[in-house]
Design a protein around this ligand. Sequence first.
Ligand code: GAR
Length: 194
Amino acid sequence: MKRMRLGVLGSGKGSNFRAIADAIGRGEIAADVRVVISDVATAGILELARSRGLRAEFVEPGRFKTKLEPEAERRVVELLQGAGVEWVVLAGYMRMIKPPLLAAFPRRIINIHPSLLPAFPGLEAWRQALAAGAPETGCTVHYVDEGMDTGEIIAQRAVPVLAGDTPETLHARIQVAEHALYPEVLAGLARQQV
Ligand code: GAR
């Protein structure tokens, strides 16, 4: 079976990346992670990648907060293409994706978002759900387009919001769902690729 060649982008601790890498290690996803890229030099995801013997690259983001400098995004494309990546997996990557990267990987960039989209796009979606008094929230895996968390939905998993939840307890519950859902979606995409 042909194995999916993945490039992972993340800005944070990398627990979704860990769940994906573990599932690959158990033989549950026919895929290989070719490179992990971060816009944050100290991000845990880079350390995790290195500790697994995977290629880990920091790309200096430039002067904007919500997107990469165009030159930096072109560098990301270069790294991904140079590593032979076919699918770009966003795992806690906190910037918008712009045309250089979108055009290089049409319908081949996926993201996980911590809400049941289209509810609560944007930052700290678990806080938004709590503030809105939503009875449930969850996570969504979707294709990435130019909008903020607007691309076509691939799969979702719901979790309850419980009395007494804090942002931290709710996010932790969502993350348990994320760590199951993201590897499942990737396994499904890998099977379709055959
Ligand atoms: C995850 O909850 C992910 O859904 C969220 O950041 C967290 C990253 O955790 N992503 C977004 O909010 C994207 N807008 P991780 O670094 O442990 O995978």
